[in-house]
Structures are given as C-alpha cells and as structure tokens.
Design a protein around this ligand. Structure first.
Ligand SMILES: Cc1cc2nc3c(=O)[nH]c(=O)nc-3n(C[C@H](O)[C@H](O)[C@H](O)COP(=O)(O)OP(=O)(O)OC[C@H]3O[C@@H](n4cnc5c(N)ncnc54)[C@H](O)[C@@H]3O)c2cc1C
Length: 442
C-alpha cells in the first residue's frame, strides 16, 4: 500500500489518541498540502478522558480544560467536521456522518459523506454494563463529559437537598456505591471523598460528613485494581480504607435498584447514588462497519501494524482497537498511554506509506500505572528498565507519584498544544487558582 501526494486521511474520534494524531499529521503535512487531514468527532470540543472522574467530583470544571476542535484544526493545518460516524462503505472508501440534531430534535446539519484514502478509527470505548438488571436505568456512567457533568450536578443537588431538610439526613441518602474497582472506580472514590468534604465545608452545616456520607467501592475480583501489580492494589486498598472508603472485594453486582446494589453473595449495599465503572466495550457502531471484524468486547480486530484485519486502508487505535501483544495471548490495555503511543506509531507508519516502505508492528511499552488518589497523592508503579525484555517495576507513592501522574496529562497537552502553550496554561492555572473556589459548587 502506498500513500500518494494529496491523499486524504480521515481520523474519526478526537480523543487521547485521535487528536494527537490529527495534530501531528496536520503540523507535518497539512501546512504544505502534502496530505489532506480531516478529523471527525461527535462533539465540538476535546476533554482528556482520564480527567472525567475529576469533572464528576467537581474538582475540575470541564469548560476550563476543554479544547475547541475547530481552533485546534485551524492552528494545526487540518480540517474538522462535527458529527457521529454512522456507517462505512469500504468499496467506495467513504464514511457517512450522521445528521446533527439540536436538543429539540431539529436537524441543523444533514447527513454527510466523506471520502478517504486512509481511514483511522479512534472512537474510544463505552462502559460495559454486561446486561446486568437495572444498571442502565439506575447507575451513572462516566464515558463522556456530559455524563460526568450530569453526575456532578446530581451530587451537588443531593447535598443541597439533604442540607435543606428540617430532619436529620436520612440514612442512605448521601451514600454512593461505585461498581468496579479498576482505575476509574478507585480514582473516583478518592476524589469524591475529598470533594464532598470540601463542598460540605463551604457551609452545608446540616450534613455530618463522617456520619451521613458513605462511599462504597465494590469489586468482583479478590483484590481492587486486578489488572495492576498486587503491591499497588495493597497500598491503594490501605489508602482508601484510611480515608474511610468502604471497600468490598469478591462481590459481583447482580442487580441495581433505585435504593442500591445487590451482589451475588446476597448482600445489599444501600446507596441512592450509583456509578457503574466495571469494564469497557467498543461503541455499538463498530459492529456495523461493512464487515470489519470485532471481538467479544466489540473492539475492532487489528493487526500489530494497527491495520484492521479485513481492510489494509483502515486503521484503528486506542480503546476501540483490539491490538495483540507479542505472543497473542493478551491485547494492548485500554489506556491513554497506549492511545498516545499508537498515535505516535501511526505518524511514523504514514511516513513509511508515503515512502513506499513496509509497515512495522506496534509494540506497547508499559511505563507503569499510576492511580490518582485526589489532590495530594497517588499510588502506582513505574517501569524502570524500558529497554530490557522484562522491565523492572518499582513502587511510587505520595507526591512523587502524584507528579508522575500529572506528567501524563502534561505529555498529552504538549502533544496537542506544544511546549509554549502548555507552559503558559500551566502558569495561568497556577496564578488563578487562589481566586476561585477549590471545587465547582454548582
Ligand atoms: C475516569 C477515567 C480515568 C482514566 N484514567 C486513566 C489513567 O490514569 N491513565 C490511563 O492511561 N488511562 C486512563 N483512562 C483510560 C483512558 O481515558 C482511555 O484509555 C483513553 O482515553 C482512550 O483513548 P482513545 O483515543 O482510544 O479514546 P477517547 O479518548 O475516549 O476518545 C474517543 C473520541 O471519539 C469520539 N467519538 C466517540 N464515538 C464517536 C462516533 N461515533 N463518531 C465520532 N466521534 C466519536 C469521542 O467524542 C471522543 O472524542 C481513564 C478513563 C476514565 C473514564
């Protein structure tokens, strides 16, 4: 496969991976028109997904950290089209973008067709509710910024309402149950612990934080963070219990109701506010894309080159791709660091295609895992010897781990905004911090 001058590259999904890819390709080839790069996203602005638990807890205002796709495209020499991917026609090399409709259901942009020479699918993942009864109806999900904002508004209203009542706060009213103790569930639990205390501290005096607020974290495996080294699970579990989060392990949720969650052991965990964070799957549209193969989790099956198994002109990266690791037993994990590396890999791959060189396989490099335990701390492991076949992992905790965690986001910001703009926004954030409440209070 060869990519000729002026070829059209369409990237669908402007998240952790897709936006970095569009930006790098635009900067490299868009300015002189060597390639025609278009990014498509169903929303108008980008917010880095690993920040969503902070948006949900109110420690981050989603409108302050968002980046407009249109401006980003203008600054970096690519085109942006808003709309959700609807279908694919592989024979004619086109995609269809669904019509955009407003809140009243009125169509304001009709359905469109875009032609591509090379297509990259980077539409991320959604939470998997595994069809468990009541989950879709009674639980919050944190897949999108709107959901995180809606959760935060619900939380603030619940606190205001509990504070407004004449009676003491009813048991269970401010209880939160989080199903799934992977990184998302764990980080949300820690963030909520701190943000609820801050919120109540602003003057919601009728709420007794120690007595009225409970945060339950429920995990089906025998330890929290089952995908991470045991030492990280143990120190995170200890840190959560120290701040009062109630951790349940070996408890599989079997049903959600308006009052709480039932587990397979017969236990009932009362909670009026419930969050589902137990696993991911590919968005439904992936199963309808003109015969492209998907796995059981509905992710696109790709070769180690990131080309989809049934079409060499279509690539996939990030959470929506099932990319085999060497040996083939496991896939690359759904993480921002994988999406970031795959975007970098595809920039190199596209340079190879322009030069008529063969594509190289992508190899996942694990830089370790860091779990953010709210404002001051984090727990995790960092990989020491990245060049060896079996990298040594060493544990990190506290402020050092928190700084390493923050550097993940800084890397993403540098990739999309460049060093200068990232440095300026960091300084601006620092300077304006003291003039704002530490929490979004509405
Ligand atoms: C709360 C939370 C905390 C996390 N913490 C970490 C962490 O600490 N470290 C880490 O490595 N990973 C973390 N992750 C995982 C990480 O966010 C994902 O692995 C990463 O964002 C995947 O990147 P992506 O580019 O594949 O997809 P995403 O970043 O999810 O981007 C997908 C994009 O596609 C767009 N899109 C979706 N459907 C369509 C459609 N049909 N048409 C057009 N556009 C569409 C979306 O609007 C979005 O912009 C966390 C996830 C969550 C939810």
């Amino acid at each position: 496969m060869h990519l000729a001058e002026n070829s059209r590259i369409v990237i669908v999904g402007g998240g952790a991976g897709g936006l970095e890819l569009a930006t790098r390709l635009g900067r490299r080839y868009g300015r002189r028109g060597e390639l025609d790069v278009t990014l498509v996203d169903r929303t108008y602005s980008h917010l880095w997904k690993p920040l969503l638990h902070e948006v949900a807890a109110g420690t981050l205002n989603s409108s302050e950290d968002e980046l407009s796709y249109l401006a980003q495209a203008h600054w970096n020499h690519f085109a942006f089209r808003v709309g959700a991917l609807e279908s694919l026609d592989r024979a004619n090399r086109t995609i269809t973008i669904a019509a955009s409709v407003d809140a009243q259901g009125r169509e304001y942009i009709p359905e469109r067709i875009l032609r591509y020479d090379l297509l990259v699918l980077a539409i991320g993942s959604i939470t998997n509710d595994f069809g468990i009864e009541g989950v879709a109806e009674h639980c919050f999900f944190l897949d999108q910024r709107e959901q995180a904002d809606a959760f935060h508004q619900h939380l603030v209203r619940a606190c205001y309402a509990a504070n407004a009542g004449a009676e003491p706060v009813r048991p269970g009213r401010l209880h939160i149950a989080i199903a799934g103790a992977g990184a998302t569930g764990v980080e949300l639990a820690a963030e909520l612990h701190h943000s609820l205390r801050t919120l109540v501290g602003y003057g919601l005096d009728r709420i007794d934080v120690e007595h009225d607020i409970r945060i339950h974290l429920i995990e089906g495996s025998e330890r929290i963070l089952p995908g991470l080294p045991e030492s990280v699970s143990v120190s995170t579990h200890r840190a959560l219990e120290e701040i009062g989060v109630i951790v349940h392990t070996n408890e599989l949720v079997t049903r959600a109701t308006s009052d709480g969650l039932w587990t397979r052991s017969g236990a009932f965990i009362p909670a009026e506010i419930k969050v589902w964070a137990a696993g991911i799957k590919g968005p439904p549209v992936l199963a309808t894309l003109d015969g492209l193969a998907v796995n059981r989790a509905n992710q696109l099956e790709v070769e180690p080159t990131l080309q989809t198994t049934r079409d060499e002109h279509i690539f996939a990266l990030g959470d929506c791709a099932a990319c085999p690791m060497p040996g083939g037993e496991r896939n690359v994990p759904p993480r921002a660091q994988a999406a970031h590396q795959q975007a970098e890999h595809l920039v190199r791959a596209i340079a190879h295609l322009r030069q008529g060189k063969p594509l190289e396989p992508y190899a996942y490099r694990d830089f370790g895992s860091l779990i953010n335990l709210a404002k001051h701390s984090a727990v995790g492991n960092l990989m020491g010897n990245l060049l060896s076949r079996q990298p040594a992992s060493f544990p990190v905790e506290g402020r050092l781990a928190r700084w390493a965690y923050l550097s993940l986001y800084k890397m993403h910001q540098v990739a999309v905004q460049g060093w200068v703009r990232t440095a300026l926004t960091t300084v601006a954030d620092f300077l304006t911090r003291s003039s704002k409440p530490r929490l979004k209070l509405h």
